[in-house]
Design a protein around this ligand. Structure first.
Ligand SMILES: Cc1ncc(COP(=O)(O)OP(=O)(O)O)c(N)n1
Ligand SMILES: Cc1nc(C(=O)O)sc1CCOP(=O)(O)O
Ligand SMILES: [Mg+2]
Length: 210
């Protein structure tokens, strides 16, 4: 059966922007009460990613945390993750659904209304909405889409929305105001000296709006 996607802060691994490895980062995220984590890793071999995902899958299960793998459907299936996240240049949603079946959640990155509506019609379980602000975390990223696109999605798109891209503690309330189901901060969390403290600060800001 498909698991319900938890709302709230959505964390993504990014070893390159941290002094810790992905498994250490995930342990801290779990201890901070994060309920949804995506494994995103662009620099490792398939085997290295698989090994980290196997460990992270066990950890997330023991904390009842929703675990999503970015890009690699084969790794997602192998570790029985709860979800797979795909972008506009990854395997198309309808093809991915044939492979992963109905129980695994599929998240789709979107950057404009047309993509958001298409993902919804094709059965995505959630959409990424971004980049809200400028970000340098992802290479060759498109320009920021702004809060206007988030507002469009909140009004018109009925499936869960993950606001992402350039979101920091300093601009978090501007995003939370629109109440998307999830808000993702990558480098602000994994690059911080004290992950627990940063997450607690973020929760305090978000709690005012939900
Ligand atoms: C929640 C969320 N939204 C968007 C993305 C970006 O996915 P994609 O466009 O496939 O880019 P990469 O992450 O693969 O570089 C995401 N990962 N998560
Ligand atoms: C991986 C990714 N995808 C995005 C999108 O808009 O699709 S923005 C992004 C990186 C977000 O990192 P940070 O919080 O450090 O800006
Ligand atoms: Mg991708």
């Amino acid at each position: 059966m498909k698991k319900k996607i938890p709302q709230g802060l959505y964390a993504i691994t990014a070893e390159n922007f941290s002094k810790k490895n992905n498994v250490e980062i995930v342990k801290e995220l779990l201890d901070s009460g994060i309920r949804i984590i995506q494994y995103r890793e662009k620099k490792k071999t398939k085997f290295e990613k698989l090994k980290q995902c196997e460990t992270i899958r066990q950890l997330t299960l023991s904390y009842n945390c929703f675990f999503i793998v970015n890009d690699d459907i084969d790794i997602a299936m192998s570790v029985h993750s709860d979800g797979i996240h795909l972008g506009q240049d990854d395997l198309p949603l309808l093809k991915a659904r044939i492979i992963v079946g109905q129980d695994m959640a599929i998240g789709i990155s979107t950057h404009n209304p047309e993509q958001a509506n298409k993902a919804t019609i094709n059965g995505a379980d959630y959409i990424g909405v971004g980049p809200i602000f400028q970000t340098f975390t992802k290479e060759n990223m498109i320009d920021a889409v702004g809060l206007e696109y988030l507002e469009y999605c909140v009004i018109h798109i009925k499936i869960p929305k993950v606001a992402i891209g350039g979101i920091k503690l300093s601009n978090l309330s501007r995003v939370a105001k629109f109440k998307p189901e999830n808000i993702c901060m990558v480098t602000e969390i994994v690059g911080s000296k004290n992950i627990v403290e940063t997450i607690n600060k973020a929760k305090k800001i978000i709690n005012d709006y939900y």
